[in-house]
Design a protein around this ligand. Structure first.
Ligand code: NAP
Length: 250
């Protein structure tokens, strides 16, 4: 129970990696709120599952790209549990396409969700965390921030932005007892990678030195570590969790 007494907020907690993070934080003793964009049934089912396990959990619909939504979620959380100790910016989307045919909407949705959402929620929690002189912020990046994947210029730009943003605000907030780090997953088994997994099949594993596709729980464990007091002297870092994918040389 490394997070007993802590209050956590996870964006995009209804499915995939975010769901695994919500479950892992709750199992470590945190009270967990999460938001989702559209999957209300999945969100309700997760809250019921956690409550059945005697965990405190709540879910709210919110679009991370909308600043007013972010402010409203944080206000509701503070009203409910009185504080926020941990923020995990997990919500993200892909809208892949080559630059030659990438429409403005395809560009904007990815930047506004993946990078704008991180700004919206960090901004919404910063003053409260500064007053408390305590905070743990973990942002989800991707190996795509540092590795060229044709068709992902919008996604790579958003995640590169997340990493730069993480380092900057880590430096701004360090003296207030707030750490800010990023986790960069490799290839993880979620809805986001379903189309690629269906198209490429077993071939994908040959590009991963550990020869397996990552599970959402692999990422959740890294997030819990960075959110815990065991990581209290780590800030402004990007932790790659990819089974060796970015090592190259395969
Ligand atoms: P996923 O299975 O597609 O789930 C995405 C989650 O984000 C869902 O809960 C979704 O809510 C939520 N979401 C999306 N847009 C939102 C918005 N505008 N407002 C609020 N919530 C929103 O994705 P995932 O694979 O778990 O990815 C999670 C994070 O890890 C993302 O930041 C992604 O870029 C990153 N990542 C994933 C991989 C991978 O291999 N899967 C690799 C590197 C990085 P709804 O259910 O309501 O749609």
């Amino acid at each position: 129970m490394r997070l007993a007494g802590k209050v956590a907020l996870v964006t995009g907690g209804s499915r995939g990696i975010g769901r695994a993070i919500v479950v892992a934080l709750a199992r470590e003793g945190a009270k967990v709120a999460f938001c989702y964009r559209a999957s209300s049934e999945a969100a309700d089912a997760l809250v019921k599952e956690l409550e059945a396990g005697e965990h405190d959990a709540v879910a709210w619909q919110a679009d991370v790209a909308n600043k007013a939504d972010a402010d409203a979620v944080v206000a509701k959380l503070i009203e409910r549990w009185g504080k926020i100790d941990i923020l995990v910016n997990n919500a993200g989307v892909i809208r892949d396409g080559l630059l030659a045919t990438m429409g403005e909407e395809q560009w904007r949705e990815v930047i506004e969700t993946n990078l704008g959402g991180v700004y919206n929620f960090c901004q919404a929690v910063t003053r409260t965390m500064m007053s408390a002189r305590y905070g743990r912020i973990v942002n989800l990046s991707s190996v795509a921030a540092s590795k060229a994947n044709p068709g992902q210029a919008n996604y790579a730009a958003s995640k590169g932005g997340v990493e730069g943003f993480t380092r900057c605000i880590a430096s701004e907030l360090a003296r207030r007892g707030i750490t800010v780090n990023a986790v960069a997953p490799g290839f993880i088994e979620t809805d986001m990678t379903l189309a690629v997994r269906n198209a490429a099949g077993e071939e994908i594993k040959k590009r991963i030195p550990m020869r397996r596709i990552g599970q959402p729980e692999d990422i959740a464990r890294a997030v819990v570590f960075l959110a815990s007091d065991e990581a209290s002297y780590i800030t402004g870092q990007v932790l790659c969790v990819d089974g060796g994918l970015t090592l190259g040389g395969m």
